[in-house]
Design a protein around this ligand. Structure first.
Ligand SMILES: [Zn+2]
Length: 481
């Protein structure tokens, strides 16, 4: 590393920045604070993301730190736009039949709405707001980001991400195209029966507006009572020997607030000592799924070895943390877990619903990565809303709106982390069952294995972690089973 940046000081400041940013994120998206004041945080730590810092880190020994600096260089330059976006999104209202709701609540209301007419009207209103109010800002952010990445010397976001993450996105997209082809013929036969049970609709009448209601699965509500939500979570951690009577480093925020994000999330404010697990209740099965998913993240971050450098505690390959999140989430469709935690003796409807929704999700993400490679490649962006809508429509078999072509994109190919995480989870789950049996989630030895894996943070990327654990190669085709 060049003298311009002192590595120890850089790491210390990076940690202060990440912690402050995650705290602000937590306060705003948990609905505790209306403002989303990230500009002063970037201003306080501007040196982290200067051109000089990026250039010095190019010669350093940590690709994760270089990635942090390069992505931060882009993010700090669009921070006013991000903050404006968050404020605007929090202030928007959706009108429906004379009633108005906060925009961020509309997704939850739509998922709970039993009347298809009202669901579709809500979706039209939401899409209209996205297209007219949010997309202009998102487009400005996208264009600016593409320019900034070129200023740093990469031809595209894709090229930068591939080099700095070490993930071959093109190869991953080939695997996901193969998955789309292999599941095309059987797709509707797997999805349609539970789809009819939940929505009364077949693919001939299905609209995108109905999907949230399908995932929400109202017919399964009776089996997922609200009062068992937190106890099953506590019992699961206890079964793995992860709590031993102490609350640990995880702080659960389950209180309802009007401006709370409709998506549950985990905010690792200080890793491993202070990790927030924020839950928004929608009702039924999904609450269990999201709580356990976010609990997987929270347990991962709260068990990281505090002696590791900041890049291995906070940064690195997010396929790893998402893999643990999916491992926990998957328990909600595991017949043994359903029986032990919820006394469910006929898990079939839950299992087939879960299989169907997972297939919809997987195909959606498989379609998304191919689209994002175009959006974040070095070609033109105009007109790609058509490609987005076409790819998603073909994958999910519903008319997919163009409006979400920018809002449905997570920064810097996070889509790849989800896809790799699904593959990692498939392997991890198999390993747990092979070693500890169907009741692995009640075996403290399984908890020990997880603790050991978690202690490494994200030092190893997902494919290396898997190779060390089982000798297997991380390949998306593992999901075809
Ligand atoms: Zn996650």
């Amino acid at each position: 590393m060049l003298a311009a940046v002192n590595a120890a000081e850089y790491r210390e400041e990076a940690e202060a920045f990440l912690s402050a940013l995650d705290r602000e994120y937590y306060l705003h998206f948990s609905g505790r604070k209306d403002d989303f004041e990230i500009e002063p945080i970037y201003a306080r730590h501007a040196g982290l993301f200067s051109r000089e810092a990026v250039e010095s880190l190019r010669d350093g020994d940590s690709r994760a730190l270089l990635r942090f600096a390069a992505e931060g260089y882009v993010e700090q330059a669009v921070k006013e736009l991000s903050a404006e976006f968050a404020r605007l999104e929090a202030s928007l209202e959706v009108e429906l039949e004379g009633e108005s709701f906060p925009y961020r609540q509309a997704a939850v209301i739509q998922a709970n709405e039993r009347d298809p007419g009202r669901r579709r009207a809500l979706e039209r209103e939401r899409n209209e707001l996205v297209a007219t109010r949010l997309n202009p800002l998102l487009r400005e952010m996208l264009d600016r980001s593409r320019e900034l990445v070129r200023e740093l010397g990469w031809p595209s976001v894709r090229a930068m991400t591939e080099e700095l993450s070490g993930i071959d996105l093109g190869a991953l997209a080939q695997q996901t195209e193969a998955f789309l082809a292999a599941t095309e013929d059987g797709y509707e036969a797997i999805v349609e029966p539970p789809l009819r049970t939940e929505t009364g609709l077949g693919f001939d009448e299905l609209e995108r507006a109905d999907l949230a209601s399908f995932f929400r699965a109202p017919s399964l509500d009776g089996q997922f009572p609200a009062e068992r939500l937190l106890p099953t979570f506590e019992e699961t951690l206890e079964g793995l020997g992860l709590r031993n009577g102490s609350p640990g480093n995880v702080i659960l925020d389950a209180e309802p607030r009007p401006n709370k994000s409709p998506r549950a999330f985990c905010a690792p404010v200080r890793v491993p000592e202070e990790v927030y697990l924020v839950l928004t209740r929608i009702g039924g099965r999904e609450d269990y799924e999201t709580l356990l998913h976010e609990a997987g993240h929270a347990e991962h971050f709260s068990h990281v070895d505090p002696a590791l450098p900041v890049e291995h505690r906070y940064l690195g390959d997010n396929s790893v943390t998402e893999g643990f999140a999916f491992l926990f989430q998957h328990l909600v469709e595991d017949p043994a877990w359903l029986e032990r935690r919820l006394g469910i003796t006929d898990p079939e409807p839950i299992v087939s619903h879960a299989r169907a929704s997972k297939l919809v999700f997987l195909r959606r993400y498989c379609a998304k990565i191919g689209y994002e490679l175009e959006l974040q490649g070095d070609g033109p962006v105009d007109g790609l809303e058509k490609l987005y809508a076409r790819r998603l429509s073909e994958a999910v078999h519903v008319d997919w709106p163009e409006a979400n072509w920018l809002s449905d994109v997570d920064p810097f190919f996070y889509v790849a982390a989800y896809l790799r995480a699904w593959a990692l989870e498939t392997h991890l789950r198999r390993e747990m069952r092979d070693r500890f049996g169907d009741l692995w989630f009640e075996d403290r030895r399984a908890g020990e294995v997880l603790r050991e894996l978690w202690s490494g943070g994200q030092r190893e990327p997902a494919h290396e972690l898997l190779r060390r654990l089982t000798g297997a190669e991380l390949d998306f085709s593992a999901l075809l089973d």
